[in-house]
Design a protein around this ligand. Structure first.
Ligand SMILES: O=C(O)C(=O)C[C@]1(C(=O)O)C=C[C@@H](O)C=C1
Length: 277
């Protein structure tokens, strides 16, 4: 195959330039609504702009409309950068990264989700992260469910709340494989959420009961468990089922709630002309 004629390359580059210009102009246009958003939402308090349920809805729409050869994670990351920047433009916030058995992976997750326009730094410990969160209203903390700091023991969902679980799109080849919760001050508008995070004491053979309710044990230590469970399931229903198996669950402490993640299995192959013959 001969090299592409220079004018053909120039034409393609012109198309790319035109597209880039349009995307850039649209982003500038998107940012023009910020003042109005601040006015309508009354987002004067630091960190008060977060609307996790709206973000979840947008990410679902993004997954639904995506097509072609562009990796979904690329588009996801671009939008995460945009949404995070737009959140900070309404009300600035900072990120504290909690303890993890894999700090580099957790840092990657933070940058994938929040981009580079929001300051992020590692907390000395989970306890420090929570203390800072309780002190400064403009902070959110990224907390690992596998943290040696066991932050969940000092968290009762009263003054702080978990309002998102990361990553939101779970895919086998996703560039970021770490998982974490986003904790922050109580949001002024409680998010619509389908999964709650509970801390409970559980005894007996309780695992089957949780599986039957599609609940996910995130962390377990002795008889204390951290569980993600659908908002449609009551504690009473869980206990009634557990009783049949001689298991028990204590009254749960709800640490927060969030939108269910999207499990993305892969992009549908584009059908080429060769496939059809
Ligand atoms: O829809 C809003 O309330 C916004 O503030 C806009 C926006 C966005 O950039 O799309 C930013 C932050 C919210 O968490 C959700 C969405």
């Amino acid at each position: 195959m001969s090299a592409m004629a220079p004018d053909a390359l120039a034409k393609i580059r012109q198309r790319i330039d035109d597209i880039d210009e349009e995307v850039h102009r649209l982003l500038i246009e998107r940012s023009a609504v910020i003042d109005e958003l601040i006015h309508i939402k009354g987002t004067s308090a630091p960190g008060a702009a977060f609307r996790p349920d709206r973000e979840a809805h947008m990410m679902r729409a993004l997954v639904m409309r995506h097509e072609g050869i562009l990796p979904l994670a690329t588009v996801e990351h671009i939008w995460r950068e945009v949404i995070s920047t737009f959140t900070a433009m309404q009300a600035p916030f900072r990120i504290l990264i909690g303890q993890s058995t894999d700090p580099a992976a957790l840092q990657d997750l933070v940058r994938f989700q929040f981009g580079f326009s929001v300051p992020a730094e590692a907390a000395a410990s989970d306890a420090d992260a929570l203390a800072a969160l309780r002190r400064d209203g403009d902070l959110i903390a990224i907390l690992s469910p596998h943290s040696p700091g066991r932050w969940w023991r000092d968290f009762d969902g009263e003054d702080l709340q978990i309002f998102a679980r990361l990553p939101f799109i779970i895919a086998p080849n996703h560039p970021v494989q770490a998982e974490a919760y986003v904790a922050g001050p109580k949001l002024s508008v409680p998010p619509e959420a389908d999964i709650r995070l509970w801390r409970m004491q559980a005894t007996g053979a309780f695992e089957k009961t949780l599986s039957a309710f599609n609940a996910r044990i995130v962390t377990r230590e002795d008889d204390e468990i951290l569980v993600e469970i659908s908002g449609a399931i009551s504690h009473a229903a869980l206990c009634a089922e557990a009783a049949k198996r001689g298991a028990t669950f204590s009254e749960p402490v709800e640490l927060g709630s969030f939108a269910a993640p999207i499990h993305f299995v892969g992009q549908e192959e584009e059908q080429t002309e060769e496939d059809q013959v």
